[in-house]
Design a protein around this ligand. Structure first.
Ligand code: NI
Ligand code: MN
Length: 225
């Protein structure tokens, strides 16, 4: 599976020949000015929750690409009002088999109001089962004991927020890696705003000390998972 990072929590995963885009926030991101949002043509868009830094480009990319949007039921309903009809609503604890593999929606501890004030339901994370691997996209979340439920999933990679302030910071992400029993971590949700700026070298050193493989791809860079 190939992962490409587009800044904040926006990642693209190519899984079994299908392109999955998570939490599109590109055009408002000063750090992602070199990314052409119109070049993104995902088959699916997965949305963890309703905050602007996860949905800024959601409606435009969904309309532009015709991608199916996978999200919680409340955001699915909101998308219908924005004229996006190719949606697949789910809820926490539920899984569904798509043509690229299985998606299970899991707990995240955060909040979720959409930019226009609409109710975004509960925030979520995703497990992606494809090509014989399991990838955990945690979404915006605090460290939570619920992550221990994933310890026997044999995760290949976990995508964790590490920017602190709005989500887990590096220290809690290291604890989360132990909870979910996964040594391969992609760090996201940092540097986009002043309050989530990190010292990359200091964070990288903490993960090394904990025996973890932390990857922080540059914006536009790809990593083979
Ligand atoms: Ni958020
Ligand atoms: Mn966020």
């Amino acid at each position: 599976m190939k992962l490409t990072y587009y800044g904040q929590s926006t990642v693209e995963l190519v899984a079994d020949g299908k392109t999955l885009l998570f939490d599109p926030f590109i055009t408002p991101n000063e750090l992602a000015k070199h990314i052409d949002v119109n070049s993104l043509k995902p088959d699916y868009i997965l949305v963890s929750h309703g905050h602007g830094d996860h949905v800024a480009d959601l409606v435009s990319i969904a309309k532009n690409s015709g991608a199916k949007v996978i999200c919680i039921a409340e955001i699915a309903g909101w998308l219908g009002k924005q004229g996006v009809d190719n949606v697949h609503g789910m809820n926490i604890g539920g899984g569904f088999n798509f043509d690229f593999g299985r998606v299970k929606m899991v707990t995240a501890i955060h909040s979720s109001t959409l930019p226009d004030g609409s109710n975004g339901g509960n925030p979520a994370g995703f497990l992606i089962y494809s090509e014989g691997k399991v990838i955990y996209f945690a979404g915006d979340t605090a460290l939570t004991y619920d992550m221990k439920l994933l310890a026997d999933e044999n995760l290949a990679w976990a995508i964790f927020p590490i920017g602190d302030n709005y989500t887990m910071g590096a220290d809690d992400a290291i604890k989360a890696a132990a909870f979910v029993n996964c040594k391969n971590i992609i760090g996201v949700h940092y540097d986009s705003f002043p309050v989530i700026k990190i010292d990359k070298e200091e964070v990288a050193a903490k993960f090394v000390k904990a025996g973890l493989n932390l990857q922080l791809p540059a914006i536009g860079e790809s990593v083979e998972l």
